[in-house]
Write a protein that binds this ligand. Sequence first.
Ligand code: HPA
Ligand SMILES: [Zn+2]
Length: 343
Amino acid sequence: MSLAPLARIPKAELHLHIEGTLEPELAFELAARNGITLPYADTEELRKAYLFADLQSFLDLYYSLMAVLVTEDDFEALADAYLARAAEQGVRHAEIFFDPQAHAARGVEMGTVVEGLHRALARSEARHGISTKLIMCFLRDRSAESAMETLEAAKPYLDRIVGIGLDSAEVGNPASKFREVYEAAGALGLRKVAHAGEEGDPSYVWEALDILGVERVDHGLRSLEDPELVTRLVRDRIPLTLCPLSNVRLRTIDMLEDHPLVKMMDAGLLCTVNSDDPSYFGGYVGDTFHAVHEALGIDHERVRELARNSFVASFLDGSAEDEALRARYIAEVEAYELDDISG
Ligand code: HPA
Ligand SMILES: [Zn+2]
């Protein structure tokens, strides 16, 4: 089924784990190529395992399926498949997370991951019409020392990496553990984001802001629970990269209709809508725009605001060239015809 025009409004995707775009078909193809036997008979059986009770139950499957990603070619194929899908969904710019520690743990080195992804990203503008940036995430359920070693391993590739993030199991792994590595990354000129307030309470968002000095908060779903935090996020224009379909699949909220997106926008927060791990959570970012339009009754002007916000919140501000690209994308958003569209 082709996507409705509303869902294809030009947009940036700012919260997207490339490993979370691994579709079952590609997983089986790569498994065959690498001589790996998956513990599922076929793609149908694998899809049946996509029923999650919480973040951890998802992460268990997400990490185990990564076993099929071994060579540069595999990472290139993964990114290429995502970019092709994203182009159909109206994505014009993508800031893509990857999890090097999850690959290093299997003996796959930083260079294999970065070079493989980079091959696909380098031709993305020409092939898919999508500009890209790469963000390296640390796993917050691993040690601070391991994060520092990962930053060290990334040093030869910093021309390919715009920033750092923090993901994996949140509760019990506060941001404060990673103060030093964020300081070191900042000194190297890397931009800073972190997952915070996904399952964790607002204190996790405060730590990301005050201890790590992040410029953007990934999720921040529970921010409304703390009015002072809202005041701070609004004052400093800190963008939130919300992922509504992820929140439903990981049972942080019961139903999409309960999502606080509209209340957050009403409170003046700079909200963006993203897909997180689209292969696992039932939709890519255009599908997500469509779903929030339907479930939350978000009108056309709010859809346009979300699309505009995605570029405002992007890291397309590091050079005159990037600024010009951003201005062009925002002009595309403003010119995009929504009024004749029913949805
Ligand atoms: O949704 C997520 N949350 C935290 N870590 C993750 N790593 C991949 N996806 C996620
Ligand atoms: Zn995420």
